[in-house]
Design a protein around this ligand. Structure first.
Ligand code: NIG
Ligand code: FE
Length: 431
């Protein structure tokens, strides 16, 4: 059991309070509920109270002397960041394709020639459980170092029952062993395997009749995701796969309108997806439909940046009433980064979001995108003590001094896991 803890005297505590039941939309995305000179009292890994330093010190003065203390003077405290869309469980890298794209080849051309997702699928199928586990764990450690305490992780580089299960079991084991909270998504419909190109429906049948029931039976995933894109899965195939998942208790998510407009946003609204992700080419009708159906829009500006594509229309979505979240999309092909703070920078500089909106989008709205806002995403009494302390005097500086890691301390379930910008090995091993 972790000790009681006092985090004291932060220049700013960005609480994000008040958005736990419903995600923040429109102007509410700018309501951060900041406490100046703020402190946080933590017991048994949970937040008990957040308030002005003098108030907290007075109220808990008897317990404070025996508690662990973290001085946050001159620093900015936020909820532990939440990344709601990653492909961290995979083997290998694709820097060769990066070089090809810099010479003018497109992402889809490389995939159609058997590279892209297919290349990572080959590497992931060949990797043993232990190899996959080690590679993925390293990525999780790096996420922690960048202030992230909750991560969604997708399968989708197995593409056979055996290898999809292997990926999801790696995520399950990491959820047990690693202090970061992992939320798993089944994404068997990430690509049509090269051997099924002539008859994609056969593969769709396997996803529906073989993979989904087994994944659900073993309780290996909470969500079911599909790459709905021209040349990958059609809207009709995607609908069938998402509806089949629903019958087995898997909540739909969609990779929607990433490369071409393909009515993915509309489909997300129709099937009641918890989120539609990417949305670079989402139509105005699709955006309206998402707002109405309360589908969270998960934007991945790192992917647009890395694929040198047009950015998603974040402003239009927020103004239309879509709750927007941000994510890295961590994967070896279209977004090989783990820096969610850099994604926040891109949100401001490339998608017209405000520094307030990008914080909302990487904390409480990101938590809503993975159905976890009852536990994480804000600093409020009763929530997990998942807290990031940045070595900057105010949150504005986070989106101003870009491309560098400002994380000083990361606390997960009330335990310090990153201290002074470095992994704190002792707490990692007993976390
Ligand atoms: O979200 N679009 C499909 N899937 C990933 C990329 C996966 C890969 O290239 O390996 C994405 O961009
Ligand atoms: Fe993705």
């Amino acid at each position: 059991m972790s000790k009681n803890m006092l985090i004291s005297n932060a220049n700013q505590v960005v609480t994000m309070a008040g958005h736990s039941v419903n995600p923040a939309k429109k102007e509410a995305m700018s309501h951060l509920n900041v406490i100046e000179n703020g402190s946080i009292w933590i017991e048994n890994g949970r937040i008990v109270e957040v308030g002005p330093d003098d108030v907290i010190r007075e109220k808990y003065k008897i317990q404070i002397s025996s508690a662990e203390q973290v001085d946050a003077t001159n620093k900015t405290v936020t909820p532990g960041l939440v990344d709601p869309h990653t492909h961290i469980v995979h083997a290998g890298t694709r820097e060769n394709e990066y070089a090809m794209r810099l010479q003018g080849k497109t992402y889809m051309e490389i995939m159609e020639a058997g590279g892209g997702i297919h290349a990572t699928t080959r590497a992931t199928q060949e990797a043993s459980f232990d190899e996959l586990y080690k590679e993925s764990k390293k990525r999780l450690d790096k996420f922690l170092l960048h202030g992230v305490t909750t991560v969604e992780a997708k399968s989708g580089y197995g593409l056979t029952l055996e290898h999809e299960i292997k990926q999801l079991e790696v995520a399950e084991q990491l959820q047990k062993d690693h202090p970061i909270d992992l939320v798993s998504t089944f994404m068997g419909a990430h690509a049509v395997p090269l051997g099924d190109k002539k008859d994609p429906e056969r593969f769709v049948d396997r996803v529906i009749n073989e993979m989904i029931p087994e994944v659900a039976k073993r309780n290996l995933a909470k969500f079911n995701d599909v790459f709905c894109e021209r040349g990958v899965f059609t809207p009709e195939q995607s609908r069938k796969i998402l509806e089949a998942g629903k019958k087995h208790g898997l909540i739909p998510k969609i990779h929607a309108d990433e490369i071409e407009p393909y009515a993915g946003a509309e489909l997300a609204a129709e099937v009641g997806a918890i989120s539609a992700d990417h949305l670079l080419k989402a139509s105005d009708e699709g955006i309206q439909a998402m707002a109405k159906a309360e589908v969270v829009g998960v934007l991945l500006p790192g992917t647009a940046f890395f694929l040198m594509a047009e950015f998603a229309k974040a402003r239009r979505m927020i103004d239309a009433g879509v709750a927007v979240a941000l994510s890295t999309d961590q994967n070896p092909g279209s977004s090989p980064t783990i820096s969610l703070p850099f994604i926040m920078n891109l949100g401001c500089l490339k998608m017209g979001m405000t520094p307030e909106e990008v914080l909302t989008a990487t904390t409480i709205n990101a938590a809503h995108a993975i159905g976890f806002a009852n536990e994480v995403g804000s600093l409020e009494a009763g929530k997990k003590a998942d807290i990031t302390i940045f070595d900057v005097p105010n949150y504005l500086t986070l989106s101003y001094q870009y491309g560098m890691n400002h994380v000083d301390t990361v606390i997960k379930n009330g335990k310090p896991l990153v201290v002074g910008g470095r992994l704190h090995e002792l707490s990692l091993s007993d976390a």
